[in-house]
Ligand binder design. Structure first.
Ligand code: GDP
Ligand code: CA
Length: 319
């Protein structure tokens, strides 16, 4: 095979599951990830990049597997002391995790790019799949609720996603510049896999960086998305509310609507197999399979089959 190039667009928890699956598949050496930076925020003067850290900790096997985020064997002495000092500590940042944020913030102040910081943190954790960023600029998702505009972490962590979502904005997006690495990676891809991540705030925020969605649309890659919905429900998180606020239905059709300008195939759960006919009518290839990934084997197995499906259908389309 001539050199194969695979790109994974990934958010946090769903993104990391797909990333781990690819890392443990025969396609590992062909794969690079483009991660989401729009959930980034500042806490106690430190720059926190939750989705990127979830990818790094997961791929480095340092993640707390129960939670799906944060470090394993974590302690919270610093946060406890900050609470005593009267600080807002609803964002749970453990002691080991804080070292990551101190390091990131320190380098950021020295003028090191977010991409370079990501590379150094990934190297520290022995991560071999390259993690690229869509932009080195600051983009921050804001969520409009009945309580007003909140930062993404205020909505997600402090308010436990319980407020209605009226609107979503990616602050800073107009002036954000895409990274050359991300644009080149997309342009050179044979297959672009969209992880079962939140289509609005994880994947949507990556695609909203100027030129990124256009690069996906113009690339010759076969684009395949794994639906984050199983039986019309999210496995975890607010993707359902966010789809609704964007005027999309909370099902395969809603996912298709988010990606229809570039999507070639959708991977849906067995439970949703009645959606196949409609998706096929839209011109999509459809892979119906169990899509819940819990064990390392389930992750590697699903992601291997996703790429194999993409490669065989790409060939059929070319024939
Ligand atoms: P976040 O940044 O941590 O919120 O995570 P992502 O945006 O990457 O992913 C969130 C989405 O992943 C949610 O909509 C979940 O429904 C979906 N998800 C999580 N685990 C799985 C899984 O094993 N299979 C599928 N199909 N979706 C999943
Ligand atoms: Ca996230």
């Amino acid at each position: 095979m001539a050199e194969l190039t695979i790109t994974l667009l990934a958010g946090g928890v769903g993104g990391a599951k797909a990333a781990e699956g690819l890392a443990n598949s025969p396609f590992a050496s062909a794969t690079k990830i483009i991660g989401n930076i729009a959930d980034d925020d500042e806490f106690h003067g430190l720059w926190v990049s939750p989705d990127i850290d979830t990818l790094i900790y997961s791929l480095g096997d340092q993640i707390d597997r129960q939670q799906g985020w944060g470090r394993k064997n974590e302690t919270h002495q610093v946060l406890n002391e900050l609470t005593v000092l009267g600080q807002d500590t609803w964002m749970t940042l453990g002691d080991l995790d804080l070292a990551t944020h101190i390091y990131r913030t320190h380098l950021k102040h020295q003028g090191v790019s977010a991409s370079e910081i990501t590379q150094r943190l990934a190297a520290r954790h022995g991560v071999t799949l390259p993690i690229l960023l869509p932009t080195d600029d600051v983009v921050q998702t804001q969520v409009k609720t009945p309580k007003g505009w909140l930062s993404f972490q205020e909505f997600f962590v402090r308010e436990h996603c319980q407020l209605d979502v009226i609107d979503i904005e990616y602050q800073g997006i107009e002036s954000a510049k895409p990274t050359r690495e991300a644009l080149e990676q997309i342009a050179n891809s044979d297959v672009i896999v969209i992880a079962p991540s939140n289509p609005i705030v994880s994947i949507g925020a990556i695609l909203a960086v100027p030129d990124i969605q256009q690069a996906v649309e113009q690339s010759g890659a076969y684009v395949i998305a794994v639906s984050p919905l199983i039986g019309g429900k999210t496995v975890k998180g607010p993707a359902d509310k966010m789809l609704e606020s964007a005027g999309k239905s909370i099902d395969s059709k809603g996912i298709y609507d988010c990606y229809h300008t570039f999507l070639n195939a959708l991977v849906i759960d067995e439970i949703d197999q009645t959606d196949t006919a409609w998706l096929t009518e839209q011109g999509l290839d459809v892979l119906v399979t169990p899509t819940l990934m819990k064990t390392p084997e389930e992750k590697a197995d699903l992601m291997s089959r996703v790429v194999e499906f993409a490669l065989s259908h790409k060939k059929q389309r070319a024939a």
